[in-house]
Write a protein that binds this ligand. Structure first.
Ligand code: FES
Length: 117
C-alpha cells in the first residue's frame, strides 16, 4: 500500500494505489491551500493551481501530468525553483511511496534564499 509522507505536517498516511493526492490529503486533515485559497479554489478541477505541491521524493510513483496540468503549471505565476517537481494535487494519482511538501513558498529572491529545501 503506498505511503504519503507530508513533510511540513510531519504526517504519514497509507493510501490505496491510484488514490488522488488532493482527496487523500483532505481525508486526513492536511491543508493544501494557502490562506484564503482554502475557500477560493477550483475544488479539484485543475484550474486554479492553488493545490500545487512539491514532490520531494517518489515522482516516479505518481501518474503522468496531463495536458491541462502541464499547461497550468507552465504558465503559472508561481516560481519555486523546482518546477519539474511541482504537481497539482488534484490531478495527481499516487501509485507508490512519495514525500510531499505542501504549500511551497514563492521564491521571490532567487536561489540564495532556498536554504533547507
Ligand atoms: S484544486 Fe484548483 S488546481 Fe487543484
Amino acid at each position: 500500500m503506498p505511503k504519503i509522507k507530508f513533510i511540513r505536517e510531519n504526517k504519514e498516511i497509507d493510501v490505496l494505489p491510484g488514490s488522488n493526492l488532493r482527496q487523500a490529503a483532505r481525508n486526513h486533515g492536511i491543508q493544501l491551500y494557502p490562506g484564503i485559497f482554502r475557500f477560493l479554489n477550483c475544488h479539484g478541477f485543475g484550474q486554479c493551481g492553488e493545490c500545487r505541491v512539491h514532490i520531494k521524493k517518489g515522482m516516479e510513483n505518481t501518474s503522468q501530468p496531463g495536458l491541462l496540468e502541464r499547461l497550468r503549471t507552465k504558465f503559472s505565476f508561481f516560481h519555486i525553483e523546482h518546477e519539474h517537481e511541482v504537481r497539482l494535487a488534484c490531478q495527481t494519482e499516487v501509485n507508490g511511496d512519495i514525500e510531499v511538501y505542501t504549500r511551497p513558498e514563492f521564491n521571490w529572491f532567487g536561489r540564495k534564499n532556498m536554504a533547507g529545501r
